[in-house]
Design a protein around this ligand. Structure first.
Ligand code: NAD
Ligand code: ZN
Ligand code: ZN
Length: 345
């Protein structure tokens, strides 16, 4: 089969690989129908993720058809259409029993990281019964690719951890796919204001189409001043960090209102300052989270019923043979206006 292989920092190639086999009775082998590229894949290619070693097939998102299952798999059979979760969960360890699948001692975020991933014609998915989801009949599979990672990430790490409430004021720093997933799912709770902050006017414009009430370009460094003005000097109840750099975490600290929450979503590669000298008396909470994907079944229903139109996140489409071009397009989002690139087999 053909696969996109990580060959060390800044190096990747389409290579011929043997088709994966069932290695444990709880495994499935899935034939990919659609996959996509994540900001985290770009982190891997920068060399930011040491657990992902050269030779690894990239990718942790996708929709496909079950090709084979191990003896212990009961919920899926060959021919079933499935959503592949970016998190593999054994369902039985202490963390899984607490709903914290991201820290499953036997799985977690392993696809396209510690084991071969979904940017290939076939992938072996461990713990199939608890890590795959059935695609409902007549579902639009393009939209369902957003359920592997970005929708649960924006929702769980941003919206749920950020305690978004009816009538509340929310700011989302970073209007990439994850920030926009948080923007879409925050609207389940009817906050009064959702302010998007980015450095890219195009992404801010897209955000307004996805329901943001305001967009601020922080190129001039005045986002904090503007948010304070818009909120009568109070700040926001929820500040969602969806970039993963020290500057955006600082912005969140500067705009959070007393009693508010800073919900960090971004993957950080370097240390970031925490200004306790300004925050110690403000009754705030700071949360961090690796997506657990516990909300995937619920989010699937909201996509099915069109409460959210996840397909709108797809800006570009490529055949798998053109995946290198897809990476270039996704990596140059500022000039290509890419949000999510869909890769079809
Ligand atoms: N916690 C998790 O489980 C989890 C899961 C998936 C992704 N992530 C992380 O979430 C983050 C966002 O992912 P993405 O795919 O949307 O990334 P992205 O790079 O596509 O988007 C980031 C956006 O932030 C903007 N930006 C950059 N610096 C900024 C600044 N100082 N102020 C305001 N905006 C700024 C960029 O213009 C861009 O639009 C990444 O760090 C990614 O690795 C976390
Ligand atoms: Zn991802
Ligand atoms: Zn587990």
């Amino acid at each position: 089969m053909k696969a996109l292989v990580y060959n060390g920092p800044e190096r990747k190639a389409i290579e011929q690989r043997p088709k994966p086999e069932i290695a444990a009775p709880t495994d499935a082998v899935v034939k990919l129908v659609k996959t996509t590229i994540c900001g985290t894949d770009l982190h891997i290619l920068k060399g930011d993720v040491p657990t992902c070693v050269p030779g690894r097939i990239l990718g942790h998102e996708g929709v496909g058809v079950v090709d084979k299952v191990g003896n212990a798999v009961t919920a899926f059979k060959p021919g079933d259409h499935v959503i592949i979760s970016c998190i593999s969960s054994c369902g039985t360890c202490d963390y899984c029993r607490r709903g914290m699948y991201s820290h499953c001692v036997n799985g977690g975020w392993i696809l396209g990281n510690r084991i071969d991933g979904t940017q290939a014609e076939f992938v072996r998915t461990p713990f199939a019964d608890t890590s795959l989801y059935h695609v409902p009949a007549e579902a639009e599979e393009d939209a369902l690719v957003m359920l592997s990672d970005i929708l649960p990430t924006g929702f769980e790490c941003g919206v749920l951890n950020g305690k978004v409430q009816p009538g509340s004021t929310v700011a989302i720093v970073g209007a990439g796919p994850i920030g926009i997933a948080a923007l879409l799912t925050a609207q389940f709770y009817s906050p009064a204001e959702i302010i998007m902050i980015d450095l890219d006017d195009d992404r801010l414009e897209m955000s307004s189409r996805f329901g943001a009430t305001a967009g601020i370009n922080n190129k001039d460094g005045k986002a904090v001043e503007k948010v304070m003005k818009m909120t009568g000097g109070r700040g926001v109840d929820t500040a969602i960090e969806a970039v993963g750099v020290p500057a955006s975490f600082i912005t969140c600290q500067d705009i959070v209102a007393p009693g508010g929450v800073i919900a960090n979503v971004g993957v950080h590669g370097v240390k970031a300052d925490l200004h306790l000298e300004r925050l110690w008396d403000r009754n705030i909470s700071i949360t961090t989270r690796l997506v657990d994907t516990v909300t995937t079944p619920m989010l699937l229903k909201t996509v099915q019923s069109r409460k959210i139109d996840a397909k709108k996140l797809i800006t570009h489409r490529f055949k798998f043979d053109k995946i290198l071009e897809a990476y270039e397009t996704f990596g140059a989002a500022a000039s290509t206006h890419a949000l999510k690139v869909l890769i079809e087999f």
